[in-house]
Design a protein around this ligand. Structure first.
Ligand SMILES: [Zn+2]
Ligand SMILES: [Zn+2]
Length: 246
């Protein structure tokens, strides 16, 4: 161990003494070198989103499927994006990780979140397919309330890892939509209709876009974003989110 590493470790060790690192799910005290913010037991309970999935929206399906399959919701209302994929399900420790990441000001939690979304993106998509990474924007008021845009942090991390250009302000939210937690699928679609626009001067014509958000619920928000982007001349939108609810 070199001197620099040794002093770094002792600094981390003493920080750990004052600010103990806890598992975001069960609260168990963690080794200060743990970068995932989950204890090994909770780590094992993270539910990865894996095949079989709806080819379009990435909804997990039951049973065996040998060919690509679109779920009934996608067949009824085909989404404007080509595909959506998520790293893990919004249950158990995965849910704790997302909630802590979303609502705490602990910037260290963004590293494990970026690691996970980067891994899933690399497995599900070809990075070379995209010209731009665009985060789902928060309304400026909500961003002020929360202190940061969690999708923006994920998108920035992905852009740094992949070298794909980040368009932080290509898409803007024009309407404060409030929380959608209690709304039905249909009401969510209505709620986000017209809530986004492409910023003036953003050159999106002919571009292929990877749209990034923290949670995919009914897909209403990312679908509306994809709709606005396609209207602005974008040729393809794929969606990548950290977690998936339902
Ligand atoms: Zn734990
Ligand atoms: Zn689907």
């Amino acid at each position: 161990m070199n001197i620099q590493r040794a002093s770094q470790n002792s600094l981390l060790g003493s920080l750990h003494f004052f600010f103990p690192k806890e598992c975001v799910h069960c609260g168990r005290l963690l080794d200060y070198r743990n970068r995932e913010y989950l204890c090994p037991a909770c780590e094992k309970l993270i539910t990865q989103v894996c095949q079989p999935l709806c080819d379009r929206c990435g909804r997990p399906l039951s049973g065996e499927i040998e060919y690509s399959f679109d779920c009934p919701a996608c067949r009824e209302n085909p989404p404007r994006f080509r595909r959506a994929r998520s790293a893990f399900l919004l249950i158990g420790p995965g849910k704790s990780l997302v909630l802590k990441y979303k609502y705490s000001s602990n910037p260290y939690l963004s590293a494990p979140a970026i690691n996970r979304i980067f891994k899933t993106g690399g497995e599900e998509y070809w990075w070379s397919d995209y010209d731009l990474i665009i985060p789902v924007p928060l309304h400026p008021r909500k961003a002020r309330e929360r202190g940061f845009n969690q999708s923006g942090v994920l998108a920035h991390g992905l852009s740094r890892r992949t070298g794909i250009k980040l368009s932080r302000k290509g898409l803007v939210r024009t309407r404060y939509t409030g929380t959608q937690t209690r709304l039905s699928r249909k009401d969510r679609r209505k709620n986000v209709k017209g809530a986004f626009r492409v910023s003036e001067g953003a050159d999106l014509n002919g571009k292929s876009v990877l749209l990034v958000d923290d949670v995919y619920t009914t897909g209403a928000t990312v679908n509306e974003c994809a709709n606005v982007l396609m209207e602005a001349g974008v040729v393809r939108v794929d969606v990548l989110t950290l977690a998936r609810a339902g």
